[in-house]
Design a protein around this ligand. Structure first.
Ligand code: SF4
Length: 418
């Protein structure tokens, strides 16, 4: 087969996958909109997800150039003050993996395999606009190698690519100093990218205030979930859509949705959901948890409760002081399992203040997601010592294991109520 024939064949495959990808998203949207607890205030979030995540769509909506972000440790406020829209790359579709899987290891993070497949669809898509740049904090090995994987998969993107070397020990002074240097390097990168030579200290403070305000709104939603009023499915539709629009518009829509959550579902018991991210349209696990009669009142997923960090505290209002406060918040406050001194993450799950909120922990692991897989071993023994019930569910981007997962969740529920 010559190069022209190969390109035609690839083009036909992309078209076919694009149609199935659209169907997959549409099916989940229909499922969400046909739920008895669907309300017009939630339509905004569902529609953001349904409209897709290609850079052109996001740029048109926000009026800002879009920078792809691989993990959540790069301060969002910095992108904002440079007039950019950060967009965290999650891959959620099952079918998009078919475009990247043949070139990648058989066992790897399916979330990123799907994201790499989706890049083909973006590029094939609508008006061809690309991400202005890529920013990758070096968290897990799959993220560290993302640029190589893009090349191997034939994703023909060549925008500027900036890595932030993430110190994996949080509590050492040296690590914190190194991370602050990385934040300065990110600032230089964004300055060169946008041609904005100097940002005003006041503008940075305003961006920080904006995210702080958003955090206050978001924390009210978290409280509603803790009290059992906000079902996980809606909570996660809201958080999944966080990067799809201007932060102020998203925040206003959350505020409008808060009064909806006034009724507790009848089923119980309450559980904590930990582990690998879950992202639209692959909301399989959320539907199964609901079907099994488990209420998730807390979670620590980076696509959910951890979608952006809490308020930043700052005594020193100089530019250096603001950057230092951001660096600390995004490094020390981050509960990603890729850190080595990670007791804080486990302590967050077993914190005495949270103990009465839930009876057990459901640990969701994507096959190939080594950081969470490894963490589950430590967590399981700590939880069992404290008398909590623990279940680990390993899954892939497929619907074939749904029945098995449901059976295990139902048995787990029985063990919690008996
Ligand atoms: S931490 Fe897990 S889910 Fe996240 S990118 Fe790495 S392997 Fe994938």
């Amino acid at each position: 087969m010559n190069i022209g024939q190969q390109e035609n064949r690839q083009g036909r495959l992309i078209k076919k996958i694009f149609d199935r990808f659209t169907d997959e998203a549409a099916q989940e949207v229909n499922l969400l909109k046909s739920r008895p607890d669907f309300r017009p205030e939630l339509e905004y979030f569902v529609d953001l997800l349904a409209a897709g995540r290609d850079p052109a769509t996001i740029a048109n909506r926000t009026g800002r150039k879009v920078v792809a972000l691989m993990c959540l440790q790069a301060p969002l406020e910095l992108f904002h003050v440079y007039g950019l829209q950060p967009f965290k790359i999650f891959g959620g579709t099952m079918v998009a993996q078919r475009l990247s899987a043949p070139q990648l290891p058989a066992i790897m993070c399916p979330m990123l395999r799907s994201a790499l497949g989706e890049l083909h669809l973006d590029l094939a898509g609508r008006n061809g606009e690309k991400f202005l740049a890529w920013v990758a904090p070096t968290t897990c090995d799959w993220v560290v190698k993302i640029k190589d994987m893009m090349e191997v998969c034939g994703v023909k993107e060549d925008p500027p690519f900036h890595r932030l070397e993430l110190p994996h020990l949080k509590d050492r002074d040296e690590s914190q100093e190194r991370w602050l240097e990385e934040i300065y390097l990110l600032k230089t990168f964004l300055s060169e990218l946008t041609g904005i030579k100097k940002i005003k200290r006041q503008d940075l403070a305003n961006s920080m205030r904006l995210y702080q305000k958003t955090w206050h709104v978001f924390s009210r939603l978290i409280d509603l979930k803790r009290q059992g009023f906000a079902p996980l499915v809606w909570f996660m539709v809201i958080t999944n859509s966080f990067f799809f629009d201007d932060v102020e518009k998203w925040s206003a829509a959350v505020e409008k949705a808060l009064p909806l959550f006034t009724e507790r579902p009848k089923n119980g018991p309450n559980v904590f959901l930990a582990g690998s991210p879950i992202f639209f349209p692959n909301l399989k696990m959320l539907h199964l948890l609901e079907e099994a009669g488990l209420n998730v009142v807390m979670d620590d997923l980076c696509s959910s409760e951890r979608i952006f960090p809490g308020a930043v505290f700052c005594d020193d209002l100089s530019e250096h002081g603001l950057l230092k406060a951001l660096a600390q918040r995004y490094h020390q406050g981050c509960l990603c399992p890729t850190f080595s001194d990670n007791d804080r993450r486990i302590n967050n799950i077993i914190a005495p203040a949270h103990k009465d909120l839930y009876q057990g922990v459901v640990f969701h692991v994507l096959k190939g997601c080594h950081p969470f897989d490894l963490e589950s071993l430590t967590l399981e023994s700590r939880l069992k010592d404290l008398g909590f019930k623990f279940i680990k569910l390993e899954t892939d981007y497929t619907s074939e294991d749904s029945q098995t997962l449901l059976t295990r969740l139902e048995a787990y529920r029985s063990s919690l109520v008996n």
